[in-house]
Write a protein that binds this ligand. Structure first.
Ligand SMILES: [Zn+2]
Length: 160
């Protein structure tokens, strides 16, 4: 799981709230947050995370929807390119003493007051980026592209 370098880059969920009714909060995610993650796949972007939390029989159920644009490096010309991010994921928060063999569960110790959801939200955003991504054919930076292909073919030759 990625770690945030700075403590203020967080999406705090106050676990002391009353979740008998669904509680929804929106969080803005900016380039600063996206690039604060170690080895971030994103070079920037602007997204909104909408997080709904509600008490369910089996723990606190979270629905995390992220929507917006992310900036990633084009596979072909290495220039920035935009990708649309639109995800919806679910997580369940369970007390650490109620271990269950289930996916998408966050275990927290009894009496925990807050939980930082940002590492989880980042993961969902990163997973939404296509494995390969490049500008549409013909829309790469032509200068970069030719320079790179030249470099790959003639690595020995000095650059001008
Ligand atoms: Zn490109």
């Amino acid at each position: 799981m990625p770690r945030s370098k700075q403590m203020d880059m967080s999406i705090i969920l106050d676990l002391r709230q009353n979740f008998s009714q669904p509680l929804t909060a929106e969080h803005a995610i900016d380039s600063k947050m996206l690039t604060s993650v170690e080895n971030s796949l994103l070079k920037g972007g602007s997204l909104t995370a909408t997080i709904t939390a509600q008490q369910a029989p089996k723990g606190l159920k979270l629905t995390i929807a992220t929507h917006g644009k992310g900036l990633v490096e084009c596979d072909r010309c290495l220039e920035d390119m935009e990708v649309d991010i639109d995800t919806s994921n679910e997580l369940t928060i369970l007390s650490a003493d109620r271990y269950e063999d289930a996916d998408d569960v966050i275990y927290v110790e009894q009496g925990r007051k807050e939980l930082d959801l940002w590492p989880f939200v980042y993961d969902f955003i990163a997973l939404a980026i296509p494995l390969t991504h490049s500008h549409p054919e013909g829309q790469c930076n032509p200068e970069m592209e030719s320079r790179l292909s030249q470099y790959m073919i003639q690595q020995e030759e000095p650059k001008e």
